[in-house]
Structures are given as structure tokens and as C-alpha cells.
Design a protein around this ligand. Structure first.
Ligand code: VGL
Ligand code: ZN
Length: 217
């Protein structure tokens, strides 16, 4: 594992802020415990990065990931869909609703891109790179590559879903990915945090703290 104490941020690094939206924060439709607590941590981190990219979960009404779209099904259960198992969620991050807006405390005026994902009714997208059919690209890899951005520091919500899959797919796409652990929070379905930590480890994705020298110097 790289020694982040010896390292410096370089201009080809990017902070990737995943789904810091009202619906994932306390009071929201799919609230993650302590989700709002990472807002000041992320604001502070963002000042260290020349390049910041945000993502926004952005679902149409009737989205395949909504339990309400599957008669008789309850949130937090799974169903089989064309691309495999789909966890069902309460309706969340519906396009154009207040719940889909970025958290009002987020202050990153220099963010360069807001990438929306999950906007196809029949395909969910946890990952910022590849939708859950494992085929449909979001365009982010092309954007980063064309701009010469190489190393991704991930934060935001949720650790065990969108942060996890974005980090793994980013690695597969050829980017070095690092998760800033205290700048994330987890949904915490049974086993999901442990599985995430294992998936990150087996993909050689480092987990660091926002207080690491690299990020504070
Ligand atoms: C997410 C569940 C459903 C996330 C998005 O941002 O982690 N989780 N949609
Ligand atoms: Zn979603």
C-alpha cells in the first residue's frame, strides 16, 4: 500500500464527491446515519483540490430501484431484474425534487462537473462509471481521461453502495482510487460494510483519513 504520508497532491488528482444529496442525509427519503456530518469535512477537503467532480443520483418516477415500482415488494429487499439482483429502496433522488438537490451546506464553488446517474428508468447506477447492467458507461472515464486526471480521492454517500462501486469501477477503468473514509458514511444493510471493505482491499484501493498529511499540508 502506498505511503500517503510521503506523498503530495498533484494537479492531476481529483476529488470525487459522491451523491451528497438531501435524500441521503437525516430527514431525507433514504437517510444515511450521520450523512450530513461529512459536509464540513468535504468542504474542507475540496479546498485542497484543484479539480472536484460531484455526482448526483437522479432517478425518474417509477425507477426500477424503487420498491414502489414493484407491487408487493418492500424497501431493502431484493428482486431479480434483467442485469441481476436489484436492492429495492424507498423512492429517493427523484429528478427535480428537493430530495435530489445537493446538500445546501455543501460549498464547492470550483467544482467542475456534476455528473448525474441512474436516470434510465430500467437501469440503476450505483457507480459513477458504469451503470448496474455493467455495460452502459456514464461518460466519466472519458471525461477524466480527456482532461488528464488520473488519481481519484472518493468521498460522500454512501460508503457501501455508490462510493464502493465507483471506486471499484474507477480502478477497473485504470484510475488510481483512494477512499477518504471519514468523509463517507454507510447505509449499513446486513453485511454491506464488511463486504465493501473486502471489495476495496481485494481491488487494492486504499482507505485513508481526511487528516492524513497528504490532505492537510
Ligand atoms: C445510493 C442507494 C440507492 C448511494 C444511491 O448513493 O449510495 N444508494 N441509490
Ligand atoms: Zn439511487
Amino acid at each position: 500500500m502506498p505511503d500517503f504520508r510521503q506523498m503530495q497532491l498533484v494537479p492531476t488528482d481529483v476529488l470525487l464527491v459522491i451523491d451528497m444529496q438531501n435524500d441521503f442525509c437525516p430527514g431525507g427519503a433514504l437517510a444515511v446515519a450521520g450523512g450530513d456530518q461529512v459536509v464540513p469535512v468535504i468542504n474542507q477537503l475540496a479546498r485542497r483540490f484543484e479539480h472536484v467532480v460531484l455526482t448526483q443520483d437522479w432517478h425518474p418516477h417509477g425507477h426500477i430501484s424503487f420498491a414502489s415500482s414493484h407491487p408487493g415488494a418492500a424497501p431493502f429487499t431484493t428482486v431479480d431484474v434483467a442485469y441481476g439482483k436489484q436492492t429495492l429502496w424507498p423512492d429517493h433522488c427523484v429528478q427535480g425534487t428537493p430530495g435530489a438537490e445537493l446538500h445546501p451546506g455543501l460549498s464547492i464553488p470550483h467544482a467542475e462537473l456534476i455528473l448525474r446517474k441512474g436516470f434510465r428508468r430500467e437501469i440503476d447506477s450505483y457507480s459513477a462509471f458504469l451503470e448496474d447492467d455493467h455495460k452502459t458507461p456514464t461518460g466519466l472515464a472519458g471525461y477524466l481521461r480527456e482532461r488528464g486526471l488520473k488519481r481519484l480521492f472518493l468521498c460522500g454517500l454512501a460508503y457501501d453502495f455508490c462510493v464502493r462501486y465507483s471506486a471499484v469501477d474507477g480502478t477497473t477503468a485504470g484510475f488510481e482510487c483512494v477512499v477518504i473514509e471519514d468523509a463517507t458514511r454507510a447505509v449499513e444493510l446486513p453485511g454491506s460494510v464488511e463486504e465493501t471493505s473486502n471489495a476495496l482491499a481485494s481491488n487494492h484501493i486504499s482507505r485513508i483519513s481526511s487528516t492524513t498529511d497528504l490532505l492537510t499540508r
